[in-house]
Design a protein around this ligand. Sequence first.
Ligand SMILES: *[C@@H]1O[C@H](CO)[C@@H](O)[C@H](O)[C@H]1NC(C)=O
Ligand SMILES: *[C@@H]1O[C@H](CO)[C@@H](O)[C@H](O)[C@H]1NC(C)=O
Ligand SMILES: *[C@@H]1O[C@H](CO)[C@@H](O)[C@H](O)[C@H]1NC(C)=O
Length: 402
Amino acid sequence: MGMADYSYQSLSNMGPQGRWRRVLFIAMIPMAIALIYYSYPHNYMPGGFKSSQYPHTQNVTLDADDITMPTIIKALYGPILHPVDAANFTDEDGDIYRLHGEAKFKEKLGKKVLILDIDSRPLTGEGQLMNPDLKWKGMRPLSAGMLSHYMFAQIHGYDYKFIRAPDYADRWGTWVKVPMMKEALKTHEYIVFMDSDVMFHYPHLPLEWLMNYWNMTDDTLAMMSIDPNEPQNYDEKGNRYLNTGFVIARQSKRTQEMYKAWAECPSETKYQGCARWKLDWAHEQAAFGNYLRYDYDRPDDIRVLPCVEANGAPEAANRGGCKGVFVRHFWVDKGLVAKNLADQVMQYFLPRLHQLYLSTASDHIVDAKSFRLEGADLIEMTEAEKEALAKEQGKNQKDEGF
Ligand SMILES: *[C@@H]1O[C@H](CO)[C@@H](O)[C@H](O)[C@H]1NC(C)=O
Ligand SMILES: *[C@@H]1O[C@H](CO)[C@@H](O)[C@H](O)[C@H]1NC(C)=O
Ligand SMILES: *[C@@H]1O[C@H](CO)[C@@H](O)[C@H](O)[C@H]1NC(C)=O
């Protein structure tokens, strides 16, 4: 193998950094030529590095000259989109989730789905979404959440809207999401409303799959997760609240009725005592929990999602096991929202980068293990020396240490 002769004279004149750069530079030219010669893996290549193929489930074609952001998103997520009707899904911990029966949704719903952000605040401050100078550093949590929702819609071809909502004169701000969801359900068959501290943990897993898994039916009005088993999360009848920070709702006449009754709840024409929830915590969530859920209680009306799957985060697992397997809700720590937006990119970017690194290893991994170091010099070892060395490997190294 060809590394020995051309580089050693000069090694003694260089510092450690320069020496390696110089070795690489000088060695690369003949190596490149050699690699063209030998189509089989060259013996200088360490044998153990085989890149695994990142599992592709879809064929995606991209225009080679198109570097727009939608194409970048498509390039990263397109090939690995989970099929909407897959029988199962394996999460990052290796846990397997299986559909309970035949998939209801076998085709993508596309623009029939609306991913919805609602906010009545201007959000133009430092680090906020509507500020044109938003940067990763100093980004506020809500910006990360809403950008994550937008990205999810982009990945799957769903519609996305941010509704700048008017305020109620006499109610807490979060109440506005009720009439706004009601409006959105006039234009879209399915809406997914998320508070800005809520996000899907696997952006390549489509909503259709989750609706299959969570048994969405034609009679379902809405799906919401149950809150953790803690005293403040119980309604007056002793049932645990459903969390209104994540709602999948389905268009129907009955859904419109339910949202109307919900939005009008504090007027007390129908629900005595509801006015209290205009300003008292948990606001519209308490109104839903104390009144609406008992009126809309046909078996399929409200699908209650398990807290472990659709609420909380791993950091909140000690709060009733709500670790947010599919949908994370960062009430435990808003500081985690931006980190999880990074996860949503890095869990896909990293395997691709790593695959590239290993699959092109012959271009950049230099094996100098058959030499021994003596002062500033690299000296090719004899077979006997190599054998002796194998016996005491790693003596002056530690795992990932320096
Ligand atoms: C991608 O295209 C190839 C060639 O047409 C085909 O053999 C393969 O099954 C396709 N894969 C998927 C996931 O559609
Ligand atoms: C998941 O489903 C696919 C078919 O869609 C099947 O081939 C695979 O074996 C299943 N995996 C597990 C772990 O059940
Ligand atoms: C969906 O249906 C299956 C089977 O009946 C049941 O085990 C599961 O708990 C249901 N999921 C939800 C979210 O209701």
